[in-house]
Design a protein around this ligand. Structure first.
Ligand code: SAM
Length: 235
C-alpha cells in the first residue's frame, strides 16, 4: 500500500481535503462522519487522529467537478440540502461528511431497490444527517410534509428535463438567494444533440426560471458528456 505523507484542507472548500501519497499523487477526501465504516469500498486513511475517506472522482460527479477546477461549491458545514437522485449514496455520503451533524440532506430516490441499498449503507450505518425519501423528483409536492426550506438543491437523476425538475423543486424548497447544483448528462437528455447544445439548453431553462449561473465545468475525463452547473436564485 502506498503511504500517506500529508493531509491538507482544499484551498477553497472547507471540509474537503487533499491527501498526499509518497508517490507524489494527491487525492480528494472528506472526514469520515462514521469512523470505521465504508459506503462504496473507498479507502480509509488515518491521519493525526482523524479518519478520512478517499473521494473517487470516477464514482462521484461532485468530486469530478472539484478535480476539474469548480470555483463555486456552496456545500459547507451545516448546509441543508435537497438531493435529487440519491442512488446508493456515493456522493451523498461525502456531502454528509462535509455538512456534518448540524446539516441535513433530504435524499430523494425513486427506485425502491436502490433506495433500500441507500438506507442500508448510510442511515443504518449511523449517518444521522441523511433523511431518505422514496419519491419521484418530478413531483416535489410528494415530500412537502418532510422537506423543510434548504440552502441548496442538487440534482443528478440522468433523465430528460433535469433543469426544469430542479427549478420546480428549488422554487418550493430553496431559500431566497439559495443555490442550485445541476449535473447535466447530455446523452440521457437528447442523444441527437451535441453535448454543448444540450448544456446550453438546460442552462437557459435555469436562467428563464430566475437563476443566475455562477459556474460550469465539464467532467471529462472522469465522466464523458457530463457537466456540473452551479446557479443561484436571484430573488
Ligand atoms: N447522484 C448519485 C451519486 O453521485 O452518487 C448518482 C445518481 S444516478 C446517476 C441517478 C439516480 O437517479 C438513479 O438512482 C435513479 O434511480 C434516480 N432517478 C431517476 N429519475 C428519478 C426521479 N424522477 N426521481 C427520483 N430519482 C430518480
Amino acid at each position: 500500500l502506498i503511504q500517506v505523507v500529508g493531509v491538507k484542507e482544499h484551498e477553497k472548500f472547507r471540509g474537503v481535503y487533499w491527501v498526499s501519497f509518497e508517490d507524489g499523487t494527491e487525492r480528494l477526501a472528506t472526514i469520515n462522519l462514521t469512523p470505521g465504516k465504508r459506503v462504496y469500498g473507498e479507502q480509509l486513511i488515518q491521519w493525526e487522529g482523524k479518519e478520512y475517506r478517499i473521494w473517487n472522482p470516477y464514482r462521484s460527479k461532485l468530486a469530478a467537478a472539484i478535480m476539474n477546477g469548480l470555483k463555486v461549491m456552496p456545500i459547507i458545514e451545516g448546509s441543508r440540502i435537497l438531493y435529487l437522485g440519491a442512488a446508493s449514496g456515493t456522493t451523498v455520503s461525502h456531502v454528509s461528511d462535509i455538512v456534518g451533524n448540524n446539516g441535513v440532506i433530504y435524499s430523494v430516490e425513486f427506485s425502491p431497490r436502490v433506495f433500500r441499498e441507500f438506507v442500508e449503507k448510510l442511515v443504518d450505518q449511523g449517518r444521522k444527517n441523511v433523511i431518505p425519501i422514496l419519491a419521484d423528483a418530478r413531483y416535489p409536492e410528494q415530500y412537502v410534509h418532510i422537506v423543510k426550506t434548504v440552502d441548496i438543491a442538487y440534482i443528478d437523476i440522468a433523465q430528460p428535463f433535469q433543469a426544469k425538475i430542479l427549478a420546480d423543486n428549488a422554487d418550493v424548497y430553496v431559500k431566497s438567494h439559495g443555490y442550485v447544483m445541476l449535473v447535466i448528462k447530455a446523452m440521457s437528455i437528447d442523444v441527437t444533440k451535441e453535448p454543448s447544445e444540450t448544456f446550453k439548453r438546460e442552462i437557459d431553462v435555469l436562467k428563464d426560471r430566475g437563476y443566475e449561473i455562477l459556474d460550469m465545468v465539464h467532467l471529462e475525463p472522469y465522466d464523458t458528456a457530463h457537466a456540473m452547473v452551479i446557479g443561484r436564485k436571484t430573488s
